[in-house]
Design a protein around this ligand. Sequence first.
Ligand code: ADP
Ligand code: MG
Length: 244
Amino acid sequence: MHTLLGKAAQGTLEDETLIRLDHISKSYGPSEVLKDVSLEIRKGEFVSVLGPSGSGKSTLFNIITGLVPADKGTLQVNGEIGYMQQKDLLLPWKTVLDNIVLPLDLKGSDKKASRAKADSLIDRVGLRGYEHCYPSQLSGGMKQRASFLRTFLSSGEIMLLDEPFGALDSITKGSMQAWLLEVQEALDVTILFITHDIEEAIFLSDRIYVLSSRPGVVKEEIAVGFGSENKRERLVDPELLRMK
Ligand code: ADP
Ligand code: MG
């Protein structure tokens, strides 16, 4: 566990809590983007941060990943975070497999071992047969799955995804959502998912934090408990899947 910011950490994180934000605020000049945001993500959860465009979702993401410092508050992270940014690009001149293992190559990991690890998960992300293609030969959903695997391989147990399906058409998006729930369970990963799409948040999440903006007032966070049991019921209910 390390505290990335702020005064003394407020006690030690319980084992099950992987990320905890307490009273985080952030301004850009006179504009207060985040005010007094607190949230917590526990092991195994799928948690969404939902908010309209401009509500500070990516700012919150950048604070959690350590890319941007907060002005006030405390952030505690228990474990290695991997993240997929809003525009998470694959390098066009590298093959799918080389893109997937790039962070491991940059870390100086053993190349053969990295490729073997990636290969063992290629079926899971539905990219078997495409390993040696270039990104331009993939569909939008395939590119997102390649990005996801790249993030997963270089992260520990927590993944932060900033609007990963935002640019996909609604049919691809629906199948990617179902895929993400399956893969989350199979890989046993904890996910913080950022979206402006309320239906997407409801479909995917165990809990949702809402970043709301009211002029002159603070951002609020509201936890809504849907419960993972409920989520799995939704996943297997063909009627509901058809509606998506
Ligand atoms: P979201 O991801 O919810 O769309 P952002 O976190 O990207 O929201 O942005 C929230 C607000 O902060 C917006 O008004 C945006 O213009 C502003 N903002 C974001 N990053 C910066 C920055 N680096 N400098 C100045 N303003 C910024
Ligand atoms: Mg954003």
